[in-house]
Design a protein around this ligand. Structure first.
Ligand code: SF4
Length: 198
């Protein structure tokens, strides 16, 4: 690792398949950039413009100050990343609560991997801004709906445990086992490196 921190998105990747994180850090030059990934990045950028025109009622709020694409870094957690949206209630100066929002291009309820990523941003905002984050939202772009997520104690514990597991894997350069279900292997950009599964 060039840096002593993981990207927040690595938590999501780890939940998808730990091997993806292993490849990323132990064999950093092999990652191909697929058309799907590039399209996803572009869709994310466009969503910021739409968010600026969207009402806070989307999140059940009457007031709040919005901050877009906020860079975050925590040496304590060993994480870095950019959260799509932070809402300070009622504003940054007087905030008693902060809400984190992530945009997702997928339909349906947020999976555990997405919640892990959102919670990591919540922990980083708490540390940096020193304001409690009790909840967040996943904004599903295709359905134009916000799904509320509680930043619970168990979710916070899972974030810390996942960071620790990633750290051990990368420090020991030990390739993790593949996921129990191989369904995702068929669409994975690393499949040509996993000769044991495909
Ligand atoms: S091909 Fe399967 S085992 Fe290999 S990195 Fe992708 S998801 Fe993981």
């Amino acid at each position: 690792m060039n840096d002593n921190t993981f990207e927040v998105t690595d938590l999501r990747q780890w939940a998808y398949c730990p091997r993806v994180v292993y490849y990323q850090y132990c064999l950093p030059d092999i990652r191909p950039m697929t058309k799907l990934m590039l399209a996803g990045m572009e869709e994310h950028r466009s969503e910021v413009g739409r968010e600026e025109r969207r009402s806070l009622r989307t999140y059940g709020l009457k007031q709040g100050e919005r901050f877009f694409d906020v860079p975050l870094r925590s040496e304590t957690l060993g994480l870095r990343g950019r959260v799509d949206l932070v809402i300070a209630i009622p504003d940054r100066q007087r905030a008693t609560e902060v809400i984190v929002v992530e945009y997702k291009s997928t339909e349906g309820k947020a999976g555990p991997h997405v919640k892990l990523q959102l919670c990591a941003y919540a922990l980083m905002i708490e540390e940096t801004w020193r304001i409690p984050v009790k909840r967040g939202f996943i904004y599903h772009m295709p359905e134009r709906k916000a799904e509320a997520i509680t930043i619970s104690a168990s979710l916070r514990d899972r974030v810390r445990a996942t960071i620790e597991a990633m750290r051990v894997t990368v420090d020991c350069e030990r390739m993790p086992a593949p996921p129990a279900s191989r369904a995702q292997c068929t669409v994975c950009e690393f499949r040509r490196f996993c000769n044991d599964v495909v």
